[in-house]
Design a protein around this ligand. Structure first.
Ligand code: DI6
Ligand code: FE
Length: 392
């Protein structure tokens, strides 16, 4: 039994994330075999030897962080639109004038798959540098079959270039391409589903007045062979969360304009609320998601970067935790659970990642901190000591 252990981290202080108080074990060890955790807990009850023993010297060990909502694969940037918004234009106005998502669509269609990978890698590396071991990446800037496939392939290819797990989400219903009828385009998105199936883990849509209606999203989700997620109630309330609930969505994301009926639908469907404080901050939104009501209804809360060129040019999950606390009032524990256990749930991967528990992938972040609260507290400071992905 002991000789089968590949690696053992000793003298660690564990935040296992197995309970809402972080599941702390002050004198802990983590044992790994074949890339999986075989034991994480009190040193007294755990193994004491392995092929390789790593002394953590009292450092904290958390699960590797999970960024469960990004648009990390895209070409170009929209710094020019940021300047327009600073001069008074709104995000919706820029979108209606053919900018916004459509401007990134043009750049992304023009880029090769390799160019998308090359442009995505520095963003991915920024996440990795802060201990991220799993990232979700959406398509949605192709808005036609070949370009959507190119994005999904580029996203998957990132996991061959870096030691990280990538899950992909098909967001063909991100925006209606110029000159197309919304329902006709939606029909074509539904027709893309069999083709994207081998490249995607989930299907997403943008339910918003400037994008797709709740009825249209309902139609897409009814046709989806994959689990669904939804950009919902971000800029206004369109009832997207009711549709998300109806289709047992893994998550509904953004949620600034979420109301009581939407919360009830999410609670009934056990849909995770993914909050994106970076987009809230960057668009200077003033309406906050109903965090207390979500919590009271028992809806699990995750947080993510939303890394995208329009509303969140952001590649720091540590900063997102600080924003979720300062802007949305999440507790330290909610922030940390939100980038680990609940983020795993938002990806439908709670069985594999998100906590330090036997059987899960040995994805660890080891930190030079005195308490996990520091991960939420500091701004622009990275205390990562080491990052382990699948035991390496
Ligand atoms: N909501 C967002 O915040 C991003 N997509 C979405 O549906 C913005 C994407 C962009 O502006 O490029
Ligand atoms: Fe998004």
């Amino acid at each position: 039994m002991l000789s089968a252990m590949d690696r053992l981290w000793i003298n660690g202080r564990l935040a296992t994330m197995t309970s809402d108080d972080l599941g702390i074990e002050e004198d802990g060890v983590v044992a790994c075999c074949a890339g999986r955790i075989v034991y994480a807990g009190a040193a007294a009850n755990g193994p004491s030897d392995a092929r390789e023993v790593i002394d953590c010297e009292g450092r904290w060990i958390t699960p590797g962080l999970i960024d469960c909502h990004t648009h990390l694969i895209h070409a170009g940037n929209r710094a020019n639109e940021f300047a327009q918004r600073l001069a008074g234009a709104s995000y919706a106005e820029i979108a209606r004038a053919g900018g916004g998502i459509l401007s990134t669509m043009r750049a992304t269609r023009a880029a090769s798959e390799e160019e998308l990978i090359e442009q995505g890698l520095p963003r991915l590396d920024a996440l990795i540098a802060e201990g991220v071991t799993t990232v979700e990446i959406k398509s949605g800037y192709g808005l036609e079959l070949e370009s959507e496939l190119k994005m999904l392939r580029a996203a998957r290819a990132l996991s061959e270039r870096r030691p990280i797990s990538v899950t992909t989400t098909f967001l063909g219903a991100h925006m209606v391409p110029p000159g197309q009828d919304p329902d006709d385009y939606l029909d074509s998105v539904i027709a893309m589903l069999p083709e994207i199936l081998p490249y995607a883990d989930a299907v997403d849509a943008f339910c918003e007045t400037i994008a797709f209606s709740a009825a249209q999203v309902d139609r897409l989700f009814a046709a989806s062979p994959l689990p669904v997620k939804l950009h919902a109630e971000q800029l206004s309330n369109n009832g997207g969360t009711l549709i998300a609930g109806r289709h047992n969505a893994l998550s509904a994301d953004h949620l600034e304009y979420l109301d009581e009926t939407g919360i009830a639908a999410m609670a009934a469907a056990r849909t995770v609320a993914v909050l994106l404080p970076g987009a809230y901050y960057f668009t200077r939104e003033t309406r906050k998601p109903p965090v207390e009501a979500l919590h009271a209804a028992g809806v699990p809360i995750a947080i993510a970067t939303d890394c995208n060129p329009g509303t969140a040019p952001l590649t720091s999950l540590l900063l997102v935790m600080n924003m979720a606390a300062t802007l949305f009032g999440l507790s330290i524990e909610q922030c940390l659970i939100g980038v680990t256990r609940n983020a795993a749930r938002a990806l439908g991967r709670a069985d594999e990642i998100g906590t330090l528990e036997g059987g899960k992938s040995c994805d660890l972040a080891i930190w030079n901190i005195d308490h996990p609260a520091e991960l939420v507290y500091r701004i622009g400071f990275n205390p990562l000591h080491a990052r382990i992905w699948r035991g390496q």
